[in-house]
Design a protein around this ligand. Sequence first.
Ligand code: F6R
Length: 366
Amino acid sequence: EKGGYDHFMMKEIYEQPNVIKDTYRGRLHANEGLIKMAGIEDNIDKFINAQRILIVACGTSWHAGLVAEYIFEEFARIPVEVEYASEFRYRNPIIGDKDVLIAISQSGETADTLAAIKLAKEKGAFVFGVCNVVGSSISRETHAGAYTHAGPEIGVASTKAFTTQITVLTMIALRLAKAKGTLSISDYHRYLSELETIPEKVSEALHTNDSAKAIATVFKDATNFLYLGRGYNFPVALEGALKLKEISYIHAEGYPAAEMKHGPIALIDEQMPVVVIAPKQGHYDKVVSNIQEIKSRSGKIIAVVTKGDEQVRALADHVIEIPETSDAMSPLLTTIPLQLLSYHIAVMRGCNVDQPRNLAKSVTVE
Ligand code: F6R
């Protein structure tokens, strides 16, 4: 049942190239320049005329929402706010019939997300679901939606749900960009073709398994970790830290790299591993200067870089190379080595990776 892997989590990490393909199959038609998603086509006016898109979710799904915020705003130029469902539901939120609410949930059963949907509906918003479990409560409670076709996710730590959520949300953003004319025709086509190559690049990113494992042996006894990223990869830093916390019980924090100097830099000494997401596309030079700041304080740098990178390699203690892609699609690749790193550290510490203590796969109570 684990397909030859020791744990469901590893099986699910390795399923990502295939499930991302399953998620875009029949929807993404790069050659024809088309994205076809029934839930979007049927409601395209609601999206185009939305004065704002609100995204609500919890945990890893909330991180996918943060990535989507950057993508929607960049591609479709629609203002987006991302909120924890648990906060949204209890703060008398300002939301009405000009707003679209997108709820993201792997299980489709998360109590806070479900309650946020009900509230948004009462206030007249159009509610769209991005769920994995077919027929789940959230998929039934929303006006329309798009499933991630990730297949059952058994490991409590979410992996393939995250990358397929980002895939669905990227397709929606591209469809809206086309309708609104907010991307140039050439960029639009370039992104469609790029998305089509992602499964292959994720396969290549899975080759980082050996380096992730080697790095895990060095840092498995650390008591703290910092994860830093900027732009599209800021949410990936949060997700990397969450993955490590939940399965290895090592304290970890994710930060936007530039925030480091506003506090967390005080934590850095020779004991502190800092995972920095530093792909070539993106705010590369800025991230390089953040890396220099960590180095000058003797922090141990583990950098996720684009294949062939030399500048960061010269500064970092360990590098993990991933294939090149556009800035907006890089989270689909940068996430992979971080999942693998957490996995190996947890296994080496003897933790139950598929069923971490105190956690449940569906959080059906608030
Ligand atoms: C993290 C994790 C949780 C879930 C969160 C939301 O690995 O599994 O943080 O992401 O409980 O769950 P769903 O997406 O089912 O609403």
